[in-house]
Ligand binder design. Structure first.
Ligand code: ADP
Length: 449
């Protein structure tokens, strides 16, 4: 009956019903000796007494052998054999529940009769089953004096009480866990409700904010349109009388008119100059109002940059007459682009005029280059420069850098906002890089096509 590698610990023969108590006690002893835990000792003892009872009922002369498997996973095995042949099916049916108390149980018919084999793995905490330890266990078991059935009953009762205690402790644990779980659930639900309330509240806030934003942007658009309309109307109304004043001063100064005294001539000159400034302002305002009102429709065509650069060179050279300043219009590195020639030239002229106005010495340079699918025009000067915090403000209407004085000519503070509008209409952007005292570079970026 000994399995390979397993070593016999003890063998006992059952003849009468009382022997079931003996085998039960012995089973517990062996289980304890090889290192099974308390509960497993009871399980094995119970399984063994059940198997013994069933086997004895099938026929007397039942033999029980305990073996231990010290190698691999240390295991305790018990074989209960009965010389009655062919009883495996019936015995197996009676022991179905018992099988649960051990790791494996099998009932088989062999040449020597019916055998029930059970096995239980030993826990890692069990002492190693060295040959010495095996001898020690054998010696201990040989000295084991079986108790009376009454002793065994009392032990069984104690085990039952312990098992019941454990069941109660487990039930209490379960009840406590359930209570905790319920509490946690309540907490989670409360948190969930609070979060969804907050979310709803936030959503309501966002919706209200968007509604307000929409309303504000409608108001803003209306205000901006009203401003453009006002600017356009006022400047249009002003243009006729201002042009008339200029015409009248010319008439007064005409050699064919009645002669004026030197003082009168000086005053009429002053009137003419102021009226000229006013006309420039009115014209700038009218241009800006038109651009803002979306009334500028670009005329798209292939623009030959050599032509545009040539014209700018020609028209602006008279402004850049000071020998201290080099006025350079480079040969265009990009032959052309699809744009509105008139609007593009107006933007570049505007930037070049500014550069000439604010540069006392050094150079003013216009250049163009390709950047990916875009074209970049740069107007670079070595003039007064603009403090970094004002780089955006100079694009606001009427804004002029405090203390900045044009070297030549005057300004209205409308040139840059107008230029930026036009560049926007052409589908591009206008930006500035500048260091006070070193100079400024204005960059116009436009799509090539
Ligand atoms: P303005 O008619 O005064 O030139 P702009 O809108 O063209 O109006 O420019 C606004 C202001 O930006 C100018 O008054 C000047 O202070 C500053 N600015 C513009 N271009 C330059 C430049 N190239 N160098 C230094 N400052 C400049």
């Amino acid at each position: 009956m000994t399995a390979s590698g397993a070593q016999s610990l003890m063998r006992i023969r059952l003849r009468a019903e009382q022997d079931v108590f003996v085998v039960r006690q012995l089973g517990r002893e062996v289980a304890r000796a090889v290192g099974l835990e308390q509960q497993d000792q009871t399980r094995l003892a119970t399984a063994l007494s059940e198997v013994g009872r069933v086997m004895l009922a099938a026929g007397p002369d039942t033999e029980v052998e305990f073996t231990a498997e010290p190698n691999g996973v240390p295991t305790l095995r018990v074989a209960v054999g009965n010389p009655q042949p062919g009883g495996a099916a019936e015995i197996g049916a009676q022991l179905v529940q018992v099988g649960r108390l051990v790791d494996t149980m099998e009932v088989s018919d062999g040449e020597t009769g019916t055998v029930v084999r059970m096995a239980r793995r030993l826990p890692a905490s069990a002492p190693r089953l060295t040959p010495d330890r095996m001898d020690e266990i054998r010696a201990g078991l040989a000295q084991h004096v079986p108790g009376t059935p009454l002793d065994e009953l009392s032990v069984q009762n104690q085990q039952l009480i312990a098992a019941l205690d454990e069941v109660r402790a487990q039930r209490d644990d379960l009840a406590r866990l359930n209570a905790e779980l319920e509490e946690t659930n309540r907490g989670v639900m409360a948190l969930y409700h609070q979060l969804s309330d907050e979310l709803e509240e936030t959503n309501r806030g966002v919706v209200a904010l968007y509604a307000e934003l929409d309303e504000r942007s409608v108001q803003l658009r209306a205000a901006s349109e009203a401003k453009s309309r006002f600017l356009a109307n006022v400047s249009h109304e002003l243009r006729a009388p201002v042009t008339a004043v200029i015409g009248l001063t010319r008439l007064l100064l005409d050699p064919a008119s009645d002669p004026l005294t030197a003082e009168q001539r000086r005053q009429v000159d002053l009137i003419g100059g102021s009226a000229g400034d006013l006309l420039t302002l009115v014209n700038d305002l009218l241009d800006l109002a038109k651009a803002e009102a979306g009334r500028i429709e670009p005329q798209w065509s292939e623009v030959d940059l050599r032509v545009v650069f040539g014209q700018l060179r020609g028209t602006l050279r008279p402004l850049a007459t000071r020998p201290e300043v080099d006025f350079v219009v480079e040969e265009p590195a990009v032959p052309g682009l699809r744009s509105d020639e008139v609007l593009l030239a107006r933007v570049l002229r505007n930037l070049l005029t500014n550069a000439i106005k604010f540069t006392a010495e050094g150079s003013v340079t216009l250049a163009v280059r390709a950047v990916g699918d875009d074209v970049e025009f740069t107007v670079a000067d070595t003039g007064t420069g603009i403090p970094p915090e004002l780089h955006e403000r100079i694009f606001e209407e009427f804004y002029q850098v405090p203390g900045s004085r044009a070297i030549t000519g005057k300004g209205t503070g409308l040139g840059l906002p107008y230029a930026r509008r036009l560049v926007g209409i052409l589908g591009g952007g206008l930006r500035v890089d500048s260091v006070p005292g070193e100079g400024s570079t204005f960059t116009v970026r436009l799509p090539k096509s």
